[in-house]
Design a protein around this ligand. Structure first.
Ligand code: HEM
Length: 160
């Protein structure tokens, strides 16, 4: 359907559509959307990037002794959980900000799968923190990292 400027916008009104017409170039997003997505992505950098960074530092930390590894893991936990809460809160904000009624079945399916992997990531991170065996720590850490990277990729898919 043409909008006030005469441009076709009907096929781009749903979530996952960033541009406003086949003939126009990329558009700046609004200040409110920029704030929402910046907070969401910033929290994702801490949750996902922090996990990958700590995993990469593990060999060095182990060389400093078990106490150093435990201290750094505990310190990361204090950063990680606030980031997870911000991801959940801004994720809900994201869902309320898009035109959900115009979402395609595929978009909604990706959203449901994403919410599922976010919950898997949260539960496995919790179990990982409480694991005492090496196997429990390794499986918990791997599942958390895989689910978190999957959530990130699915988020990018949702943005379009
Ligand atoms: C581990 C947790 C999460 C991670 C790592 C994550 C990551 C991301 C990323 C990287 C984007 C793309 C942002 C962009 O390209 O501008 C995104 C978008 C999105 N996320 Fe998440 N997210 C998480 C949790 C959630 C949750 C819990 C929800 C829903 C309750 C959610 C709903 C959305 C939606 C709807 C978008 C698209 C927003 C838009 O296009 O305006 N996210 N996410």
């Amino acid at each position: 359907m043409p909008d006030a400027t005469g441009e076709a916008t009907d096929w781009r009104d749903g979530p996952g559509r960033r541009q406003t017409g086949a003939m126009s170039g990329p558009q700046l997003t609004s200040a409110l959307d920029a704030t929402r997505l910046t907070l969401h992505v910033l929290a994702a950098t801490v949750w996902v990037g922090g996990q990958l960074t700590v995993a990469g530092l593990l060999p060095t930390l182990r060389g400093l002794g078990a106490a150093a590894t435990r201290s750094v893991a505990a310190a990361f936990g204090r950063l990680q959980w606030p980031a997870y809460v911000v991801l959940l809160a801004t994720g809900i904000w994201n869902v309320t900000a898009v035109h959900l009624g115009q979402a395609s079945g595929a978009w909604l399916t990706v959203l449901y799968v994403k919410v599922g992997v976010v919950l898997v990531a949260g539960v496995s991170a919790y179990l990982h923190q409480r694991a005492t065996s090496t196997l429990g720590l390794a499986v918990g850490g791997a599942v958390t990292a895989l689910a978190s990277v999957a959530a990130l990729a699915l988020g990018v898919l949702l943005t379009g």
